[in-house]
Structure formats: structure tokens, C-alpha cells
Design a protein around this ligand. Structure first.
Ligand SMILES: Cc1cc2nc3c(=O)[nH]c(=O)nc-3n(C[C@H](O)[C@H](O)[C@H](O)COP(=O)(O)OP(=O)(O)OC[C@H]3O[C@@H](n4cnc5c(N)ncnc54)[C@H](O)[C@@H]3O)c2cc1C
Length: 387
């Protein structure tokens, strides 16, 4: 086993970061007080509010780390962490822009042409252009390289055929970054070859988006069908045939943030508010244990950000935070219910009952989306030299 298999460096907030944290808290408190948003459980996954996303764009809190010439703000990844963490903790409805800001924009910045950067990134940073993830297909989830959707070269571009599934938000998004097959075969030996990524405008002919209702009744994810959908050559993202390398780095961006343990944080906050300043022994134990676990996860997650800031690619550290973090999210709600037996009611005016209902219906997705926990443990085991 490698002795340097993973590390979580200590990260301290500087006075500037603390000032930014306060600025975000003040903004969120004012927005909440004026009805600008209603806190929701899993707001990054399910809380779509196009106007709120625009407001964040106006504050300069989207595309924070990107160059100014592309609408960004040239701030550090730690500053982005601070803003992200506050939005998550407050249960803000940030789902509309989350994918574009977290992974699609950085992918375009890294692999895109000058034209793609100039036309798309400023719109993402303004909170006005949203992205869906086109990875999974029927029969190709964990084993992503087995995907079947094809892009066939034709005069002036490519024709896309196939089906993507579980495409979150595709029904309101403007673009999808789709990973498809431009060559190679699905054989075990060379399945990672011949994959490419395309920036697909979801309004073009040949695309049909059908919603799949989740168990909460949300129209959140979709089937996205491509039938001879023509995309011009300049929709290729990065190099043809480099899709596997690109999509694995996209997954790194997808898995490494604090959203992997903060989705249900608002329910804990509402529970603490309900319990008040004089908890009984069981309530105090639940609150103490839950907050202690949250603090440990936060310490690890900040370590991942520290490694990203150093220019590293903390695949294993991010996988560990996502595995432990999503398991924490899954047990947290039941731990709370043991001491605060409230009937979870989606339409309740009681914020605790309402966010608990939202959390319970949404939390099963935590350990699946972005790669299942079993798959993440496989990544960690490989790094530890155990497989
Ligand atoms: C809320 C939500 C939103 C999503 N949004 C998107 C999206 O926007 N875009 C997108 O492309 N996808 C999205 N997904 C899909 C998600 O990435 C896949 O569901 C996930 O990768 C698992 O794939 P699968 O569902 O095909 O399950 P499978 O891969 O069939 O896995 C089934 C079971 O087998 C286990 N398993 C599979 N392989 C292994 C292995 N090698 N070792 C051990 N166990 C294994 C898995 O852990 C799982 O328990 C979303 C999923 C959810 C729940």
C-alpha cells in the first residue's frame, strides 16, 4: 500500500475569506427575508430558480475563478469554495446554474476553442446559460465507456444518434456536453478509445427530451434522444478521440465539491432551530454527533480544495469525501427523526417538516449521482494498491 495514497492539507480561512463569507451570509439573509428564495433541501440538485441564478451572476459569484476576458472574476478557488459553501448551507435554490458553473464552464475553459469560450462562458457567468451532463445511457452508467451514442462524420459536421438518460435539467438547459463514440468499438480492450465530447445546443432539430418523474414527483431528470441531430464541426469540444481523458477530468470536477455532504444541511439547521437552546440528552447527543461529523467532513473537503488550489488532481481524496459525505447525508435525516419525530410534509408551512420531507425524498440519489459509492470505493482501493 502506498504511504502517500492520500492527504488532506489544513486550510485556514484568511481575513479576506472570512469577510467574503460574511458578505455572502448577509446577502442570503437579506434575500431570504425579502422572499427572494425559500430554503430547500438539496437545493443544488433540485432547487431551480432562474432569477436567483441571475442574481448570483450579478453579484460576481458565478465563474468566479475564470479569466475576466471570458466574463469571469479571476478569484481563487478558495473564494469560490466560501461562496459555494454558504449557498449550500442556506439551502439556496442553485440547481439551474450548478452544472455549468462547476464543470461545463471549466471544461470549456480547458478544452474549448477561443470562439466557444468567448460566446458561452460570459453567459454562464451571468447566470443565463445552463448546462446538462450527457454521460449516462440506458445500460451505461458505472461502465461509462460502454456507451453507444454515436457521432458520425458528415459534410461540415457530425450526426448524433442515440439516447442519454438521467440528464438532470435538460428540459430547461441550453446546452449539453455529451460524451459519444466517434470511433473505436465497445470491446473490453479498446472501449476507452474513440470517445469524443460535443457541446450540443439542445434546441436543434433531431433532439427530443422526455422527462422522467422521480419519486418526489419532481420533473428533474430526462431521457434525451438524438436522431440524426446535426452539429457543425465547431461543436466538437477538445480533440476528437480524447473524450475518455476529458470525461474523467470532468468527473473529477463533478465529485470534488462540498455539495457531497451539505445537501441536507438545511434540515439539520431547521432541526436545531426547532430543538432550541435547551435540548434534552438525546437531542444534544444527536446535534453534537451530527455537527462533529459535519466538521470532520468539512475539514476533509477543504483539504480537497487546498489540493486543487495547489494545482493537484485529488481524485482519491474527492472520492473519499463523496463516499463518506453521501453516507453521512443518508443517515443524518434518520438520526434527526429519532429525536424529532415530525410528520414530513412537503406543503407544510413549518420549515422543519417541509425540508425534512424534501430531504427524505431526495437523499436516496446522493449515493448514486456523480458515480455510485461502490464505484468510488473501487477508485480508492486501486489507489491504495488493493486491486
Ligand atoms: C439524481 C440523479 C441525477 C443524475 N444526473 C445525471 C446527469 O445529469 N447526467 C448523467 O449522465 N447521469 C446522471 N445520473 C446518472 C448516474 O451517473 C448513474 O445513475 C450512476 O453513474 C450509476 O449508473 P446506473 O444507474 O446505470 O447503475 P449501474 O451502473 O447499473 O449500477 C447498478 C449497481 O451496481 C453497482 N456497480 C456497478 N459497477 C460496479 C463495480 N464495478 N463495482 C462495484 N459495484 C458496481 C453500482 O454501485 C450500483 O449499485 C444521475 C443519477 C441520479 C440518481
Amino acid at each position: 500500500m502506498s504511504s502517500n495514497a492520500f492527504r488532506f492539507p489544513d486550510v485556514e480561512f484568511t481575513p479576506e475569506l472570512k469577510a467574503l463569507q460574511q458578505e455572502v451570509r448577509d446577502f442570503l439573509a437579506a434575500e431570504k427575508a425579502s422572499g427572494g428564495f425559500v430554503p430547500v433541501a438539496d437545493g443544488w440538485g433540485f432547487g431551480v430558480d432562474l432569477e436567483f441564478s441571475r442574481k448570483l451572476g450579478q453579484k460576481g459569484w458565478l465563474g468566479m475563478t475564470w479569466p475576466k476576458q471570458y466574463g469571469g472574476h479571476e478569484r481563487s478557488s478558495m473564494e469560490r469554495y466560501v461562496v459555494t459553501e454558504e449557498l449550500l448551507a442556506a439551502g439556496a435554490p442553485v440547481s439551474a446554474h450548478w452544472v455549468a458553473d462547476r464543470q461545463s464552464g471549466p471544461m470549456i475553459l480547458k478544452n474549448g476553442t477561443e470562439e466557444q469560450k468567448k460566446t458561452i462562458l460570459p453567459r454562464i457567468a451571468a447566470g443565463e446559460c445552463h448546462f446538462a451532463i450527457g454521460m449516462s445511457e440506458p445500460g451505461s452508467g458505472s461502465d461509462l465507456a460502454s456507451l453507444r451514442t454515436t457521432a458520425t462524420k458528415v459534410d461540415g459536421g457530425y450526426k448524433i444518434n442515440g439516447t442519454k438518460i438521467w440528464s438532470s435539467g435538460a428540459h430547461f438547459c441550453h446546452y449539453m456536453i455529451a460524451t459519444v463514440r466517434t470511433g473505436g468499438t465497445r470491446d473490453e480492450k479498446n472501449r476507452h478509445e474513440g470517445l469524443s465530447q460535443f457541446l450540443i445546443d439542445l434546441s436543434i432539430p433531431g433532439i427530443e427530451i422526455r422527462s422522467i418523474k422521480n419519486m418526489a414527483g419532481d420533473e428533474h431528470f430526462n431521457e434525451t434522444h438524438f436522431t440524426d441531430a446535426f452539429v457543425p464541426d465547431d461543436c466538437l469540444l477538445g480533440e476528437e478521440g480524447d473524450g475518455w481523458h476529458q470525461v474523467t477530468s470532468e468527473l473529477g470536477l463533478e465529485r470534488s465539491g462540498p455539495e457531497r455532504f451539505l445537501s441536507s444541511a438545511i434540515v439539520l439547521t431547521e432541526a436545531a432551530r426547532k430543538i432550541g437552546n435547551e435540548p434534552d440528552d438525546r437531542e444534544a447527543l444527536m446535534l453534537g454527533q451530527s455537527v462533529a461529523r459535519l466538521k470532520s467532513l468539512r475539514r476533509m473537503s477543504l483539504g480537497v480544495s487546498g489540493l486543487l488550489q495547489e494545482g493537484g488532481s485529488p481524485t482519491v481524496e474527492a472520492a473519499l469525501v463523496k463516499d463518506i459525505g453521501t453516507r453521512y447525508e443518508s443517515t443524518l435525516l434518520n438520526d434527526i427523526r429519532q429525536v424529532q419525530p415530525t410528520e414530513p410534509l412537503g406543503q407544510s408551512t413549518d420549515d422543519f417538516a417541509r425540508t425534512m420531507a424534501e430531504g427524505l425524498l431526495r437523499v436516496p440519489s446522493s449515493t448514486i449521482r456523480g458515480g455510485t459509492n461502490e464505484v468510488l470505493r473501487g477508485i480508492v482501493a486501486r489507489q491504495l494498491g488493493l486491486r
